[in-house]
Design a protein around this ligand. Structure first.
Ligand code: GTP
Ligand code: MG
Ligand code: NA
Length: 457
């Protein structure tokens, strides 16, 4: 039994919820960090990953249960943005995780992105725990820093308990309206069909021991098989970043398997598959966030699950949201290249073979897929001539300008959730190329439709 226990990998937990529910702050509270206050506008705009070694989790859950059996080596937590514009990042985060925390603000109840997140979790069949956050905002709340929630509730005056109970039952009703059974975790007698609610405060830490313990215990109870460590590398690219001294690096989530320094890897590139060797395998220090610049630990090898920064040559055109493969001796490298480019080629197939159509641009392969799929649908039916991923550069404007003397309405860039570089915008103005920008797909369509109607008048 010992041996199988040792082979469990760390579960991946994704934090989802409406904007400002307190997702990042909850992680700050566990990490003893202050990342949320450093975010532009107090809003998360990237996916992040933090590794919590099991010793740190044990230290935090001690007050609740000193002799808890925890069988996983740690927990890899993925923070996601709650702002409506970042649906693609919520989707990517939820596609990687084994378990999730759905954060709900106790003062607001279920909000639009709570529902969106709930639907993502349901469609992927992911087990989750509800963190009912900001309990300290209940009028008259007596702070009990880092206490188990049951103890903290006992300390509250009756009128606070009453407000707490009222809000909890309202929120349970809201979940029921979505077809979801929920219950306070210490009252939950039916774990198989009822999701647990853990009241928390990310400011004073009440309920955090409960949330952490529940997460790691549930993970290995319900997912033994899924968490069994394998040699087959399963790895996804989160972000492509230029780091001073390292050049272009990729931040990846290693879901399963092991990566070594020097491994030959294949990733999906805009111009085709990229084959390269891992020059450096880096992680932030434990309990530090991967998306925040800092000092890195170098590793000879890394076991799943981890958030890893990879430095290697030729990564410039890697596409975020795609898979990474490792070439082993016996592997057919051509087959890997083909497999890696599969999703990309699917998109190429959607492109109009007559060479007439708009130019589309999106932030990731996933969002590009969504956009081309949408444009192809019969109700919309806008032909696509070419595409790119990442910010709009001058070269993209040049490509779009080919349509100027073929069909003016298609001399257009539909830019979905990407930046437009200043010089690209200037060139577009000079050449008469329209750039429509939106972070919601439907808005792009409305803008384009309005433009075409105006042209035809
Ligand atoms: P996005 O990533 O932008 O979706 O937001 P978020 O869910 O990560 O929320 P964030 O951590 O940015 O917190 C939003 C605001 O709520 C900040 O001002 C936090 O200080 C505050 N906040 C978060 N959790 C709590 C809590 O438990 N109690 C109180 N009083 N305030 C909280
Ligand atoms: Mg956040
Ligand atoms: Na926020």
């Amino acid at each position: 039994l010992r041996e199988t226990e040792m082979l469990l990998r760390s579960p991946i937990c994704c934090i989802l919820g409406h904007v400002d529910a307190g997702k990042t702050k909850l992680l700050d509270c566990i990490r003893c960090s202050n990342i949320q206050e450093g975010e532009a506008g107090g809003i998360t705009q990237q996916i992040g990953a933090t590794y919590f070694p099991i010793e740190n989790i044990k230290a935090r859950t001690m007050v609740l249960k000193a002799d808890a059996t925890i069988k996983v080596p740690g927990l890899l937590v993925i923070d996601t943005p709650g702002h409506e514009a970042f649906a693609n990042l919520r989707s990517r985060g939820s596609s990687l995780c084994d378990v999730a925390v759905l954060v709900v603000d106790i003062m607001h109840g279920l909000e639009p992105q709570t529902l969106e997140s709930l639907n993502l979790l349901r469609s992927r069949n992911v087990d989750f725990i509800v963190a009912l956050n900001k309990v300290d905002r209940l009028y008259g709340w007596k702070k009990c820093p880092n206490a188990p929630i049951f103890n903290a509730l006992k300390q509250q005056p009756d009128f606070v308990k009453t407000e707490f109970n009222t809000r909890v039952s309202q929120i349970i009703t809201q979940f029921m309206e979505q077809g979801i059974n929920t219950a306070l975790y210490y009252k939950n007698k039916s774990l198989s069909d009822t999701f647990s609610i853990v009241p928390t405060s990310a400011i004073s830490g009440e309920g955090l021991p409960d949330l952490l313990l529940l997460l790691v215990q549930r993970a290995h109870k319900t997912m033994q098989e899924r968490l069994t460590y394998t040699d087959q590398v399963q790895c996804t690219v989160l972000e492509v970043k230029v780091i001073e001294g390292l050049g272009t690096t990729i931040d990846v989530v290693l879901v399963n398997g092991i990566l070594h320094e020097g491994d030959q890897i294949v990733v999906c590139g805009l111009q085709g598959p990229i084959v390269t060797n891992i020059r450096a395998l880096l992680t932030p220090h434990p309990m530090k966030e991967l998306r925040v610049k800092g000092s890195y630990q170098h590793h000879k090898e890394i076991k799943a699950a981890q958030g890893v920064k990879i430095s290697a040559q030729g990564l410039e055109h890697t596409i975020a949201g795609t898979a990474l493969c490792v070439v082993r001796n016996s592997d057919d490298i051509e087959a890997l290249k083909e497999a890696i480019m599969h999703d990309m080629n699917d998109i190429k197939d959607r492109i109009n073979k007559t060479g007439v159509g708009v130019f589309v641009q999106a932030s990731t392969l996933g969002s590009l897929e969504a956009l081309t799929e949408f444009l192809k649908s019969p109700e919309v039916n806008i032909p696509v001539r070419d595409f790119s991923i990442g910010p709009v550069h001058k070269k993209d404007v040049m490509k779009a300008s080919i349509m100027l003397d073929k069909k003016q309405e298609y001399a257009t860039i539909l830019a979905f959730d990407v930046k437009v570089m200043q010089d690209a915008r200037q060139l577009a103005d000079e050449l008469g190329i329209k750039i429509f920008e939106a972070d919601v797909i439907y808005h792009l369509f409305d803008k384009f439709k309005g433009y075409v109607a105006a042209l035809r008048e």
